[in-house]
Design a protein around this ligand. Structure first.
Ligand code: KIV
Length: 268
């Protein structure tokens, strides 16, 4: 179990020491407590909550209020882990002023530690403005789900030399602007390794191979709760869908058979 007290500025030192960062998505206090007890360093209140829990088809319709609700819940379940919250679509793309106001609301209303936003050099003024105001930022490059329609689907990014070069330059520019870390999603492993080696801030990979400084997965995917989703990069660390279905099925059978509640489950 990781016992180090973490801070956003301290992430650079952890990279220097060669310590791999462990991040999982989290959307509620109950799982936050369990993940912290398991020694997870960083909890990401991802806008994937909109797909995973709310059943929407993409992250695009996630709202600021929705993110604040889940972020505040996660934060109430944690003492040690760093909690990073996704700025939802259109909360930061319209203007730097709106980005400051919305990121500020997230930190003020949830007591979380950082915001995450998607995009490369176009986001440099926003990242610089947020960090200059004391709001730590995690950037996100590669497959950026809020641009899913522009990217034409969930596929590996940065395969062409021009795209790879753009991503290398984006990463350096975001570091220069003050980003605390960069999520690299669905990049070829060689490119992700190269970008990671070129930066002093840590990269946190998802579907980008072992050369990143840390890894993130969507909690419900790695717990085997999202049965239809099986990308190459995913490993199931449990098969909870079957566990939940079995438990609910046994409960239903026992209620129907008059076996639950038994004599021990009732009050006199
Ligand atoms: O919203 C999310 O869960 C994410 C991860 C996929 C990195 O951004």
């Amino acid at each position: 179990m990781a016992e180090t007290r973490l801070s956003m500025p301290g992430l650079v030192g952890l990279k220097r020491e060669g310590r791999r960062l462990v991040m999982l998505t989290c959307y509620d206090a109950l799982f936050a407590r369990l993940l912290e007890q398991a020694g997870i360093d960083l909890l990401l209140v991802g806008d994937s909550v909109n797909e995973v829990l709310a059943g929407r088809r993409s992250t695009l319709s996630a709202t600021l209020d929705q993110m604040i609700y889940h972020a505040a819940s996660v934060r109430r379940g944690t003492d040690r882990a760093l909690v990073v919250v996704d700025l939802p679509f259109l909360a930061y793309q319209v203007s730097v002023e709106e980005a400051i106001r919305h990121a500020g609301r997230i930190l003020a209303e949830t007591d979380c530690h950082a915001v995450k936003l998607e995009g490369g050099r176009v986001m440099v003024p926003t990242v610089a403005a947020l960090t200059a105001r004391g709001i730590p930022v995690v950037a996100h490059l590669g497959l950026t789900p809020q641009s899913i329609h522009g990217l034409g689907g969930y596929r590996v990014q940065g395969r062409s030399p021009a795209d790879a070069e753009r991503l290398r330059a984006d990463a350096l520019a975001l570091q220069e602007a003050g980003a605390s870390a960069i999520v690299l999603e669905l990049l070829p492993q060689g490119l992700a390794r190269e970008i990671s080696a070129s930066l002093t801030i840590p990269t946190i990979g998802i579907g980008s191979g072992a050369g990143c400084d840390g890894q993130v997965l969507v909690l419900h995917d790695m717990l085997g709760l999202n049965e239809g989703f099986a990308p190459k990069f995913l490993r199931h660390y449990a098969e909870l869908a079957g566990v939940v279905r079995d438990a609910a099925g046994r409960y239903a059978d026992e209620v129907r058979a008059g076996e639950y509640p038994g004599p021990d489950h009732a009050f006199d």
